[in-house]
Write a protein that binds this ligand. Sequence first.
Ligand code: SF4
Length: 381
Amino acid sequence: MTSSATVPASSRQLMTELQSVGLRLQDPTAGAASRRGGAGPSDHKAVTIDGVTIMVPVHTSTAWHSPFVAQAPDGTGRSALMRGTIPIASISFPKAPRFYALQTLEGIPYSHIATLHGADVLATTVLQTCIRYESRKKTCKFCSIGQSLAAGRTVARKTPEQLAEVARAAVLLDGVRHMVLTTGTPPTPDRGAAILCESAFAIRAAVDLPIQAQCEPPDDDRWFERMKAAGIDTLGMHLEVVTPAVRERIMPGKASVPLSRYMESFKAAVAVFGRGQVSTYILAGLGDTAEAILSISRELIELGVYPFVVPFVPISGTPLEDHPAPSPAFMQSILQPLGAMLNAAGMRSSDIKAGCGKCGACSSLATYEREAALAADGATS
Ligand code: SF4
């Protein structure tokens, strides 16, 4: 979430609702282009409410039936957000970044190499192919990593030079403040760590930009030292779902890496990157109970890992496109106690140097963190 401002309870509630039920757009061309396909969550558009930028589903079947409609922007770029026929808020859409107008000497548009996420994050999937995606039986059912490649919106393997060129332009032209390097999982035991190291090294040689790398746990914990030495500031290793039976059902390939392996890797990674600088993405709404997510989050926080819980977005074209998105009440039943847990542990999204936990645009978790901090301040004053 791209602001440290506290937001009123009504806006926090609205953000949680919008991220669950999505938004219909009267003018789909308003602001920066929405994101379709790719690794991880997708089919979103960046929306700014009360100075906070969040990603809101706009291309999902849930969003097509959403009670929320954004009217076409007025002359100042602001849109009325309607619930049915009642205007409830004024919102805006971050503009398309200037670096999107550029291309490499070979003619590859910069936007095919990396994209703007939220308001100030540059994100890319370095390797757009994945061993988990090769077999229908093993694929993670929520993921659309192959879609943007098939649609010609990206390139399969971004070279370190291309990434450095685009990162430099995005910093200079658009004031991008941190970068996310994710990857499909290659068939090598390092799980993509080597590619992420090469990429980060080239980017950091070109521009001063904090970087988060994201991959499955590598076979050898020494990769964490190498990643840090290459200029990677924070690491994401994403559990996605947490209950063994749900892992088997939703991501049969990735479930072959047991939770215990993730926990060992988290411990080793925190020793290198520091407490709160290792995070994990958890998609709520795929079958894990709120208690299961909160229980593992407690363990993760104890290890020094930031559990970034986001509402599952059913992406068109994936096996889960008709799976319902989680209700706002379910999300609140997780995010409120999780915000309090994080606050009690002194772990703040704003202290993360780079990456999804810092950006926060895919979840309203950070607003619950700040609510918990305010409540705790009130109790002690
Ligand atoms: S939270 Fe991560 S995936 Fe979501 S918009 Fe921010 S950088 Fe992108």
